[in-house]
Write a protein that binds this ligand. Structure first.
Ligand SMILES: [Zn+2]
Length: 298
């Protein structure tokens, strides 16, 4: 991606937030206040974490020594990278609805006090991303293809990744394998700093293009279904999404990343069936509500 594209996209995010005379926090009702929106004019790569060396240093610590503020800071840097490559969608009503839906579900998780932020990225693909500390993004292409219970299931799956620190663990093990002890951020200056930034970016890209551990994905499905049910949604939302993924042509470019970063939908459904049995059937059968119905009713 060119420097111009990055700057333009970053500017689009900022323009979105600056669109009204109200301060951004008031405009979004304070809902998206935790998002690390890229700042236009920052030299390229605008999306690179400012303190790449610091991030590596944090990831080189043991998991126990990464306390919650550090975890949130790591996630904030990752979220800035994700947001630097794609703009937020301009529909404020949709952003507010998805953020409220996600926060409601996260309140039923075991980590309700994280600074949870949910947002819709303006991208036609079908995808969802999470970063440590509670940053969760879904694409507009995904939102257009699911109903409310299905979106709740997807958000609950992503919330589980955050609650159980799946990305943090993956980042740590990949950082340990790829960086070694020679890259100590505090000793880096000039060109070396640029090298660290580019390696941090490639580490982050690696996590989001190669996916997490298969077992973590199955866990996120199982716990996500239970979490969505606890928050009052039909537990069959996530299985509904998996049915959709099962039938989508493997070469549909809008689904490539999701299919490449997750175990096959058939396996995920089998796994869920074993875990759920009929235990959650009492919570099922709620009428389907579309996302646009919800947004327009507000
Ligand atoms: Zn996942």
């Amino acid at each position: 991606m060119s420097r111009t594209t990055i700057t333009l996209r970053a500017a689009a995010c900022a323009a979105l937030l600056a669109a009204a005379a109200l301060p951004a926090s008031a405009q979004f009702g304070g809902l998206l206040r935790n998002l690390p929106v890229p700042i236009p004019g920052v030299s390229a790569p605008a999306a690179a974490p400012a303190g790449g060396g610091d991030l590596i240093q944090m990831l080189q610590q043991s998991l126990e020594s990464i306390d919650e503020p550090k975890e949130i800071e790591i996630g904030r840097q990752l979220a800035a990278v994700l947001l630097g490559s794609k703009p937020l969608h301009a529909d404020m009503g949709l952003q507010r609805y998805v953020n409220e839906l996600g926060r409601w579900i996260s309140l039923h998780s075991t980590r309700p006090t994280l600074p949870w932020s949910f947002a819709v990225i303006d991208d036609p693909g079908f995808n969802a991303f999470a970063a440590p500390g509670g940053y969760i993004f879904v694409t507009k292409g995904l939102v257009d293809r699911v109903d409310e219970a299905e979106l709740a299931g997807i958000l609950a799956h992503e919330i589980t990744h955050v609650v159980d620190k799946h990305h943090l663990q993956a980042l740590k093990s990949k950082a340990a394998a790829g960086f070694g002890a020679t890259l100590v951020g505090s000793q880096l200056r000039g060109d070396a700093r640029g090298l660290v930034q580019s390696q941090v970016l490639s580490l982050i890209r690696n996590i989001y293009t190669s996916g997490l551990d298969k077992g973590d994905e199955f866990d996120a499905d199982r716990h996500g279904v239970a979490l969505a049910a606890r928050a009052g949604f039909d537990p069959y939302g996530l299985p509904g999404v998996l049915q959709q993924l099962r039938t989508v042509p493997q070469d549909n470019p809008l689904f490539t990343l999701t299919l490449a970063t997750h175990p096959p939908a058939d396996q995920r459904l089998d796994n869920l069936e074993q875990a759920m049995g009929k235990r959650l059937d009492a919570f099922a059968g709620k009428p389907s509500v579309s996302i646009m119905q919800r947004v327009q009713a507000r």
